[in-house]
Write a protein that binds this ligand. Structure first.
Ligand code: PGA
Length: 254
């Protein structure tokens, strides 16, 4: 049985004080939900990582980063390495988010280096893949996602539970227009098939694959009922502790 995973991507939002008050509001709303039910991860900006980790220490909620650099230390101005992230209490890291691919020109090659480096440092990568609207309209969605996956995982070895994949169609991110649960299921089953072909069926079956793109409390239920969808990567709806706790609860109750 794969574990359900709900990850919050705060993007470039919240300072340390706001992160602390979020935790104060969020934890009581979780009630009896615990780590056996599902994995909850919050990925704040780098500047809030340690504050959040300390505030969450007695809870089942984990912290993740939104990016990393693949070298461990050295003359890389402005970059942050895996050992630095684990030192801040991170267990997960988002890799290849579409905002980084499209706004910051992040290449598949660098995404591959980041996946390798996070796995080498015992940080679980949440690898994001997804097509643009134009690619979908031109019937290229599967081809694009397949290539992103192949390039990101080139010469990558991972074991069950060490890698999470998030299918995030670019046109659904931050737009309020979510993919239909059927389309998301279709692509996520396709991703699982690709993993089975590149690795093996057992590993593919044990790898959590999330949907991301305009997930909110009112639509989470429809996604989580799908056979291959193991949870969500949530952007704007995760900024509100109540809304995010309702998303978590709807996954738990499914
Ligand atoms: P959204 O973002 O939920 O605001 O659409 C999702 C993401 O970017 O991971």
């Amino acid at each position: 049985m794969r574990k359900k995973v709900i990850a919050a991507n705060w993007k470039m939002n919240k300072n340390r004080g706001e992160a602390e008050s979020y935790v104060n509001d969020f934890l009581p709303l979780l009630g009896d939900i615990n780590a056996v039910d599902l994995e909850i991860i919050i990925c704040p900006p780098f500047t809030c990582l340690n504050t959040l980790h300390v505030a969450l220490q007695k809870s089942c909620v984990k912290t993740g980063a939104q990016n990393l650099f693949w070298e461990t230390s050295g003359a890389f101005t402005g970059e942050i390495s895996v050992p630095m992230l684990t030192d801040c209490g991170c267990s997960h890291v988002i890799v290849g988010h579409s905002e980084r691919r499209h706004i910051l020109d992040e290449s598949d090659h660098n995404i591959n280096r980041k996946v390798k480096s996070s796995l080498a440092g015992a940080l679980i990568p949440i690898l994001c893949v997804g097509e643009t609207l134009q690619e979908r309209q031109n019937d290229l969605a599967r081809q694009v996602v397949k290539e992103q996956l192949e390039k990101a995982l080139f010469e990558v070895d991972f074991t069950a539970g060490n890698l999470i994949v998030a299918y995030e169609p670019v046109w659904a991110i931050g737009t309020g227009i979510n993919a239909s649960p059927d389309d998301a299921q279709d692509m996520i089953a396709f991703i699982r098939e690709q993993l089975a072909q590149s690795y093996n069926h057992e590993l593919a079956a044990a790898t959590p694959i999330l949907y991301g793109g305009s997930v909110k409390a009112s639509n989470m239920h429809d996604f989580i009922l799908k056979a291959d969808i193991d949870g969500a990567l949530v952007g704007s709806a995760s900024l509100d502790p109540r809304e995010f706790s309702e998303i978590v609860r709807s996954v738990k109750n499914a």
